[in-house]
Write a protein that binds this ligand. Structure first.
Ligand code: GDP
Length: 478
């Protein structure tokens, strides 16, 4: 009986509490069923309703995915400029755009939107999506076929594209009571979007968009918090996520499985440098200042945060050897940064001096790529591996405004210590604060009351959508 229960527990762990569908060919993607060996079991259990929603989505994706009968039928609508009656399957196409952290967050947002609107999510492959991630849905690909009629137009889509929903509203080409529905619309949801684009977050507009077979979306923002403010989604979101601040934690672990190549980068690094430590601390350093680091004010800030919050023991500057504890602990610190200077400073400090507790601290930084190179293959694979490795730590320190850090905290289920953004090249005081929740921050939310048709502070409408710790105008789910 014991063995039976153990086997059931193991299966439950392997599937992340039922989040993952069983029955994938394990060899098709090593990380999918191995991730539980590296990650502590999450204390946040996905709610049964979310699990049934995911299973239903998989069913829908199987029926409507690329090259199915329904897909081919709906695709024909592209040839006609207006949609012919209602279609069996409706789609949301996600355009690959921006840095990897941003992409992961927008893709999770698009998937939640698909769940809420019964659409099928299809992913523009861009340069490297297939290279970075495994397929998340059983049997049918999430990748948009390469010969999709408008793929070559994706790059050029912007606020002024004729198919842009906001632009069409602005020019009175359509309004929400228009009878004839276009076969597709482009949704411009990047940080520079205008007031008409932002009407996407209104109930009336959602009722209209629900009739459009193809929605094509470009975003570089985690727009989930504003979905919580759309009344028609409120009830369903409450059922899916009774524990509100777990949206990205669950959807992220459901969707994003590192490809075998990236899984190799992750597991080799973890086994070689992190596995044997008693405690793991992650420090994600992202400096948005111009000029080449390392900067003294950033170094001071990191140390102040780590020592004030007792994330690492202090070093003893007087003694050359300290032998206090019977069983000294081994602490591994994983540093990620484009620059190696911060890591070298900290490593030297803990090599040149003993800790006051007698514990040992090792520092590890997988890469220092110097600058962002979004178009390069191995660069993005390393970036993805590093976000994932950060998510495997026990305690996390992140930088303000960085989606790279948001991905790590969300996957890991960690409430990080967020380093405040330095102003005028001085270390802020206090240097950091604990995050309210592990959710990412929406950097460019609308401030509009759709019903009253006037501006409001959307950060005070409901208790579970608040302004972010690291960006006063941003919104996050807590
Ligand atoms: P954000 O700009 O911090 O919000 O994060 P993004 O991931 O969207 O874009 C930053 C990009 O810069 C990453 O995708 C990487 O390409 C690169 N990058 C930034 N920080 C690091 C780092 O610590 N390690 C690695 N390998 N790449 C980084």
């Amino acid at each position: 009986v014991d063995d039976h229960f153990k086997a059931a527990d193991l299966r439950e762990d392997k599937l992340l509490g039922g989040l993952l569908a069983d029955g994938f060919d394990a060899a098709s993607c090593l990380s999918r069923y191995q991730s539980f060996l590296y990650r502590k079991t999450s204390p946040h259990k996905p709610f049964p309703y979310l699990l049934s929603k995911l299973r239903n989505y998989e069913h829908l994706h199987r029926r409507c995915g690329p090259h199915t009968l329904s897909f081919n039928k709906t695709l024909k609508q592209f040839k006609s400029s207006h949609s012919i009656g209602s279609t069996d399957c409706k789609y949301i196409v996600w355009i690959s755009f921006s840095g990897l952290g941003n992409r992961i967050l927008t893709l999770a947002s698009a998937f939640l939107y698909a769940l809420l609107t019964n659409r099928v999510l299809l992913v523009d492959q861009g340069k490297d999506m297939a290279d970075l991630f495994c397929e998340p849905f059983p049997d049918k690909s999430w990748l948009l076929p390469q010969d999709f009629p408008i793929t070559h137009e994706f790059k050029g889509f912007n606020q002024d594209s004729p198919q842009c929903y906001g632009k069409m509203l602005k020019n009175n080409i359509i309004n929400t009571s228009t009878e004839s529905v276009p076969s597709y619309l482009y949704l411009h949801l990047t940080h520079d979007y205008g007031d008409h684009d932002k009407l996407f977050f209104c109930d009336e507009d959602q009722a209209f968009l629900a009739k459009v077979p193809w929605l094509v979306m470009k975003s570089n923002n985690y727009f989930v918090p504003s979905l919580f403010l759309i009344q028609s989604f409120e009830h369903e979101l409450g059922r899916l996520f009774p524990e509100k601040g777990t949206v990205f934690h669950h959807l992220g672990r459901y969707l994003f499985h590192p490809s075998d190549h990236v899984w190799g980068l992750i597991t080799r690094y973890y086994q070689a440098y992190l596995a044997k430590a008693d405690e793991r601390l992650g420090i994600q350093i992202r400096v948005f200042d111009t000029g080449v680091g390392p900067f003294n004010h950033v170094m001071d800030q990191i140390l102040a945060c780590i020592l004030n919050e007792k994330l690492l023991p202090k070093v003893n500057m007087q003694e050359s050897v300290v032998n206090l504890s019977e069983k000294p602990k081994l602490k591994a610190v994983l540093v990620t940064s484009l620059n190696s200077g911060y890591y070298e400073n900290m490593r030297n400090m803990y090599w040149e001096h003993p800790t006051i507790s007698g514990d040992f601290v090792g520092f590890y930084q997988p890469s220092h790529e110097e600058y962002q190179q979004t178009e390069k293959g191995l660069h993005n694979r390393k970036a993805w591996a590093e976000m994932y490795l950060l998510s495997l730590t026990d305690v996390l320190v992140t930088s303000s405004w960085s989606t790279f850090g948001y991905v790590a905290q969300g996957l890991g289920g960690l409430k990080p210590w967020i380093l405040y953004k330095p102003e005028n090249r001085t270390a802020p005081d206090p240097p950091c604060r604990r995050a309210m929740s592990m959710e990412p921050c929406f950097h460019a939310p609308p401030f509009y009351d759709c019903k009253a048709k006037k501006g409001i502070d959307t950060g005070v409408v409901v208790p579970h959508v608040k302004h972010c710790e690291d960006m006063s105008w941003g919104l996050k789910v807590v």
